[in-house]
Design a protein. Structure first.
Length: 123
């Protein structure tokens, strides 16, 4: 079994392009004269001396920091009493909601009433 697995892995690697066929690439050191660099000048002019980079301690924070608020999802966890808590990241701070965000009392009541009906056969 192990021999067959190793043979399959080696056969898959045989189809890779050789290093001689690859295009040489380099990192640009002066980006001010590039098309992107010139396009960024008007956007950064009013923010001179400030960095456009944000240091993240945890890599998992990268997506929530970059995406607009309407794209973000809530994290769920159990609270101290065993109830569900919705966790939202707002400007780097954790906001805890004890009720489902974006719902009214009447919507939550309606869901609670409907949840007692047996609908498992419809799922």
């Amino acid at each position: 079994m192990a021999v067959a697995l190793c043979a399959t892995a080696l056969a898959g690697c045989a189809g890779l392009a050789s290093l001689a066929e690859r295009t040489h690439s380099v990192a640009l050191t002066d980006t001010g004269e590039t098309r992107l660099g010139k396009g960024a000048v008007p956007l950064t002019h009013d923010h001179s001396g400030q960095s456009a980079l944000l240091r993240l301690v945890d890599g998992r924070d990268a997506f929530p920091k970059r995406c607009p608020p309407e794209w973000r999802a809530y994290q769920l966890r159990l609270g101290p009493a065993g109830s569900i808590q919705w966790i939202e990241l707002v400007q780097g701070a954790e906001v805890v909601h004890d009720t489902e965000p974006g719902t009214t009392f009447w919507q939550r009541l309606g869901v609670g009433v409907l949840s007692v009906f047996p609908i498992e056969s419809l799922l």
